[in-house]
Ligand binder design. Structure first.
Ligand SMILES: Nc1nc2c(ncn2[C@@H]2O[C@H](COP(=O)(O)OP(=O)(O)OP(=O)(O)O)[C@@H](O)[C@H]2O)c(=O)[nH]1
Ligand SMILES: [Mg+2]
Length: 196
């Protein structure tokens, strides 16, 4: 048995890392799939289907006219933070007709990123509400489409009526380091909550 061999030789097998489930949520087309893809160290699993004319008048494509596909179940990615910690990332679908899946996706999640398109923050109001109601800790990440951030984080906090303890991070979901910084802000929040 591997364990008794290790005892006999005095070499302990390295402990398996802790795994933490994180949701990347937010309104339609705010960049959730983009964020999971930019930060994941494995090729992310995507469940995207083409947008069709049936969505015209339902999905607001203002500002994301190039968008061709939408997530219909989830995105899945992984990032290793250290030898002890691995994050599993689950991107939610954004179209309202798929929101019923959020409840299942949220099971076992320790925390969440609520991603916001800086040009239409109202599209992520429901996501903020979802995590507040379930008392799942979350950070708000403001995706500045094309890297533009016209509003300071505090203005965004005020417009979303966020409590002072919810971090607001300005980001560019297309950039790995920026998306990683968002996850680190969430980890800081989770650690602070754990020691309270
Ligand atoms: N210019 C620019 N485009 C972006 C940025 N982030 C995402 N996009 C584009 O915006 C569109 C929407 O991004 P997605 O990542 O599909 O958004 P989503 O939130 O997963 O969308 P749903 O799953 O349909 O809700 C895509 O065409 C992306 O390439 C950004 O920071 N700047
Ligand atoms: Mg998506």
């Amino acid at each position: 048995m591997a364990g008794s061999d290790a005892l006999a030789t005095g070499t302990a097998a390295p402990a398996a890392p802790d795994t933490v489930k994180i949701l990347i949520a937010g309104g339609f087309g705010v960049g959730k799939t983009t964020m999971v893809g930019s930060v994941s160290e494995i090729t992310p699993l995507r469940t995207e289907e083409p947008l069709t004319v049936a969505g015209l008048g339902v999905d607001d494509l203002a500002g994301i006219e190039e968008k061709r596909a939408t997530t219909v179940a989830m995105d899945f990615g992984r990032i290793t933070i250290s030898d002890e910690l691995v994050l599993y990332l689950f991107g939610t679908p954004g179209q309202q007709r798929f929101w019923f899946m959020w409840n299942d996706l949220a099971v076992g999640a320790l925390g969440a990123v609520v991603l916001i398109d800086v040009r239409r923050p109202e599209s992520s109001f429901a996501a903020v509400d979802f995590f507040e109601r379930r008392r799942i800790p979350f950070v708000v990440a403001v995706n500045g489409f094309d890297g533009r951030h016209p509003y300071p984080a505090d203005d965004i906090r005020e417009s979303l009526a966020l409590p002072a303890d919810v971090p607001v991070v300005l980001c560019d979901a297309r950039r790995r380091e920026s998306s990683r910084d968002v996850l680190i802000a969430l980890l800081d929040l989770l650690i602070a909550a754990a020691v309270d």
